[in-house]
Design a binder for this molecule. Structure first.
Ligand SMILES: Nc1ncnc2c1ncn2[C@@H]1O[C@H](COP(=O)(O)OP(=O)(O)OP(=O)(O)O)[C@@H](O)[C@H]1O
Ligand SMILES: [Mg+2]
Length: 303
């Protein structure tokens, strides 16, 4: 049994004994010592102990709300808008909506609306006819046609240019697309999931996002909480990441309880992605158990 599994088992048994009325009384005197032992044993990576739903780690109250909503809406066809800061897991939620819904056997096609120039975006989403612009040498289906029966994920929707917003609105209203350079429309059956880290509602007030489109996309909103508002999940994510990164690097990855406490205290402006990077960095640089001094200087200092 590895050191981490042993630590996990010790922790689990001790927690059970402390929770049991019969033994808790006897153990009460020992509680300060036991708690100190628990503080210094490494945080282990027993996969069965990591709470996970819809392929996502977490069981804090805000994440439970997210899971409850996912449970309700995954099976339906309603448009979902996923909002949240960078690195909070918006893309994971979009994929979960598809994977756990009735369209899972059909395609899931994603488009990053911030990364593609406006004119190309139209062709990416709606397709084009040969010769409709320089470089259009063959007819090409857009995502809305190629994903027929499946899901189109519009990532960074807040960056979609206004002209494109109007065209998208028409597709949503009429259920059909017109490829660039074509005079025929094509009926489409896709579920739309959109995500953004911008405040779309505020954008509608200043005219940078169409209000009518906002209402179409936002039948249901899933708001992903920042990691600093669900600090209880840091522990679970750390265990999951230690296991994942350890496997990738071909060795046991362990972290001390003291180091974990520093991670739990950090404000995580880059959310789960930042935590992933931090664990990767620490595992790469540390041969043994990761301690406080193996963490990034800012996290060690907590500022
Ligand atoms: N609850 C979670 N459980 C496990 N991994 C997670 C969770 N949330 C996020 N991640 C991981 O964190 C990273 C960032 O997640 P994702 O790309 O979904 O975030 P995002 O909200 O789309 O970020 P951005 O706004 O920067 O695009 C990914 O590696 C993802 O797998
Ligand atoms: Mg993303």
């Amino acid at each position: 049994m590895t050191q981490s599994r042993l630590a996990d088992e010790f922790r689990a048994r001790l927690e059970a004994l402390l929770a049991d009325a019969k033994t808790a009384g006897v153990l009460e005197d020992l509680r300060p010592v036991l708690e100190e032992v628990l503080r210094i044993v490494p945080v282990a990576a027993d996969p069965s102990a990591i709470p996970r739903r819809f392929g996502m780690i977490g069981d804090s109250p805000p994440m439970r709300q997210v899971f409850a909503l996912l449970e309700k809406v995954a099976a339906s066809d309603v448009a979902v808008l996923i909002q949240g800061e960078t690195g909070t897991g918006k893309e994971l939620v979009a994929k979960a909506l598809h994977e756990y819904g009735s369209r899972k056997k059909k395609p899931f096609l994603a488009e990053n609306c911030a990364a593609v120039p406006a004119d190309l975006l139209e062709s990416e989403l709606f397709g084009h006819k040969r010769g409709s612009f320089t470089g259009a040498v063959v007819d090409r289906d857009g995502h809305f046609v190629a994903a027929d029966g499946g899901t189109v994920f519009l990532d960074e929707i807040g960056d979609m240019p206004l002209a494109m917003q109007s065209k998208l609105l028409r597709v949503l209203q009429e259920g059909e697309v017109r490829p660039v350079g074509s005079n025929k429309v094509i009926k489409v059956d896709v579920r739309i999931v959109a995500a953004t880290n911008k405040d779309l509602k505020a954008m509608t007030k200043v005219g940078t996002f169409r209000e009518d489109l906002y209402f179409r996309l936002n039948v249901i909103t899933i708001q992903l909480p920042p990691l600093r508002e669900r600090k209880g999940d840091v522990r679970h994510l750390v265990r999951y990441l230690l296991q994942k990164v350890g496997k990738e690097m071909g060795r046991d990855a362990e972290l001390s309880e003291e180091a974990l406490q520093l991670l739990e205290r950090w404000r995580w402006p880059g959310n789960v992605r930042e935590l992933d990077n931090e664990i990767r960095r620490a595992v790469a640089l540390t041969p043994g158990v990761i301690g406080p001094k193996d963490l990034s200087p800012a996290i060690q200092k907590g500022v």
